[in-house]
Design a binder for this molecule. Structure first.
Ligand SMILES: Cc1cc2nc3c(=O)[nH]c(=O)nc-3n(C[C@H](O)[C@H](O)[C@H](O)COP(=O)(O)O)c2cc1C
Length: 175
């Protein structure tokens, strides 16, 4: 797909069909995401692909707001960074995630970012258990990997509402 079309089609999608995503597609989107640039070519990003239904249901409970829809996704990709490989592991993760979401569109799939980094499990308890701790325990992720987010994905026939206006006059500053 042409880049302009991918950017137009990419929208956060939280409703998925039951049709599972082929392993080859999951491999291809991971490969594209891992082609992202990284600070000092540190290649610090790591991806964990989850397709197990029970684990997806548990992931949906990582937070009591903004993650429940994950139980209906057919896959989720946890985006992590090796803290020992780069001090900019989190920035590297953000770039990989952005490319991952675009690559997902290119495979005729849809996705939504679910933030892990900095988010508590319970919205009413911002100083309580973190989503990062919950996901780390659930998926047995070693301490040297920092977690940015999960990208929930799958096939979808969801039609999102139109985007708000582009607001170029406010958002682009010309000097
Ligand atoms: C850094 C970041 C964190 C996000 N976290 C969540 C989240 O935890 N749960 C969720 O449902 N959507 C999340 N989103 C999706 C945004 O809500 C969505 O991108 C935004 O509303 C714009 O809609 P669009 O992606 O369809 O253009 C996140 C997006 C970004 C970029």
């Amino acid at each position: 797909m042409e880049l302009k079309k991918i950017l137009d089609v990419r929208r956060s999608t939280r409703k998925f069909l039951e049709q599972p995503v082929e392993k080859e597609k999951l491999e291809r989107v991971c490969q594209m995401a891992l082609q992202a640039p990284s600070s000092r070519n540190s290649r610090s990003t790591r991806l964990m692909v989850v397709t197990d239904k029970e684990k997806l249901e548990s992931l949906a409970k990582m937070r009591d707001y903004g993650s429940a829809f994950m139980k209906n996704a057919t896959a989720a990709i946890i985006v992590m960074g090796d803290k020992e490989a780069s001090d900019l592991w989190l920035t590297n993760c953000v770039i990989s995630t952005t490319i991952l979401q675009l690559a997902i569109v290119d495979e005729d799939l849809a996705s939504c970012w679910v933030q892990i980094d900095g988010r508590p499990v319970l919205q009413a308890e911002p100083d309580g258990k973190l989503a990062e701790e919950y996901v780390r325990e659930l998926l047995d992720i070693p301490a040297k990997y920092g977690l940015l987010c999960a990208v929930a994905l799958g096939y979808s026939d969801f039609k999102p509402a139109d985007l708000p206006p582009y607001q170029g006059e406010e958002r682009i500053i010309w000097k």
